[in-house]
Design a protein around this ligand. Structure first.
Ligand SMILES: NC(=O)c1ccc[n+]([C@@H]2O[C@H](COP(=O)([O-])OP(=O)(O)OC[C@H]3O[C@@H](n4cnc5c(N)ncnc54)[C@H](OP(=O)(O)O)[C@@H]3O)[C@@H](O)[C@H]2O)c1
Length: 281
């Protein structure tokens, strides 16, 4: 199988590159090699390579900045995805596109499954959901895989790290006050290497085209997650719960964005992913 991987230098993309099944001819592309917002370049590059599958792990991921830069978010998350879908269709390739839990509004009390209706509440979420819709309008052979609250060794290049690195850094600072972390936003923290393995399983297992949720199973608040990070890392730092109203951000976040799957694509419990991450770094 010949596979093109876009966003190959990112937090998830770098893990997808490492976990490609043997026998895969992988062509990893960073932004330097292909800027996905350049439509003609995208069409030409994909046509020249003529892959069996394109995996799109590239995105504009700065959720708060997107409120001020909707054009950049839409170019990378919506239009670029559309270009990739057209390019894939033109050469008969399938497309696996990575999307997000932030397509949901967070108004329900339970985790979201693939059949729940998206209703994004911030620019990033709207741009990602638009990407999903544009892809579906252009291409039948597509998997859309939604992941949630990712962390991996590389850190999100778009965010300059991830939540786990931030908590570890702050918890190690001596003489600083207790950490204050939001306890009324619930999500599924997901270890990027676990998500990468599932993405390859979906492709290699020729699972039916459509939407999949692939997150580590279980749900937790950011406060609960931070407390577990500190405890598992053996650090001595108090982590206090605070409501999200005390932590102002530009973008509104869904209060519930944990994911579940009706299609058997959930990953092992989030605590196991975190344990492996702490061992690996
Ligand atoms: N991080 C999370 O918590 C999270 C949660 C849910 C879903 N997701 C989704 O998971 C996927 C991977 O995210 P991630 O955490 O791996 O983020 P990341 O580390 O920021 O990776 C995104 C990659 O996309 C590349 N990129 C951005 N704009 C591009 C363009 N115009 N052309 C080509 N490449 C471009 C970036 O390159 P540069 O470094 O050069 O900018 C970066 O390597 C995305 O679809 C994201 O929406 C992430």
């Amino acid at each position: 199988m010949k596979a093109v991987l876009t966003g190959a230098g990112g937090q998830l993309g770098s893990e997808l590159a490492i976990t490609a099944p043997s026998g895969t001819e992988l062509i990893p592309l960073t932004r330097k090699e292909l800027d996905l917002t350049r439509r003609e370049d995208v069409i030409k590059k994909i046509s020249d390579i003529s892959p069996d599958v394109v995996i799109n792990a590239a995105a504009y991921v700065r959720v708060d900045d997107a409120e001020d830069e909707p054009d950049a978010a839409f170019q990378a998350n919506a239009l670029a995805s559309f270009y990739l879908a057209h390019a894939s269709r033109a050469c008969g390739a399938a497309l696996l596109h990575v999307s997000t839990d932030y397509v949901f509004d967070g108004h329900q009390n339970n985790p979201y499954t693939e059949t729940d209706i998206p209703n994004p509440i911030n620019v990033y979420g709207i741009s990602k959901y638009t990407g999903e819709l544009l892809i579906k309008s252009a291409l039948e052979k597509c998997h859309i895989v939604r992941v949630s609250s990712l962390y991996g060794p590389k850190g999100a290049s778009g965010k300059g790290g991830n939540f786990v690195y931030t908590i570890l850094k702050k918890a190690r600072e001596a003489g600083t006050p207790p950490l204050r972390v939001v306890d009324d936003i619930i999500m599924s923290p997901t270890y990027a290497p676990d998500a990468a393995v599932m993405i390859w399983k979906i492709i290699a297992g020729r699972m039916p085209y459509g939407i999949y949720h692939a997150a580590n199973s279980g749900r937790v608040s950011w406060h609960g997650f931070a407390k577990t990070i500190v405890e598992m890392a053996g650090l001595d730092k108090e982590v206090l719960p605070v409501p999200h109203t005390e932590y102002k951000t530009k973008a509104t976040r869904p209060l519930m964005s944990a994911l579940e799957s009706k299609k058997g694509t959930m990953l092992r419990p989030w605590q196991e992913g975190l344990k492996d991450f702490l061992k690996r770094i």
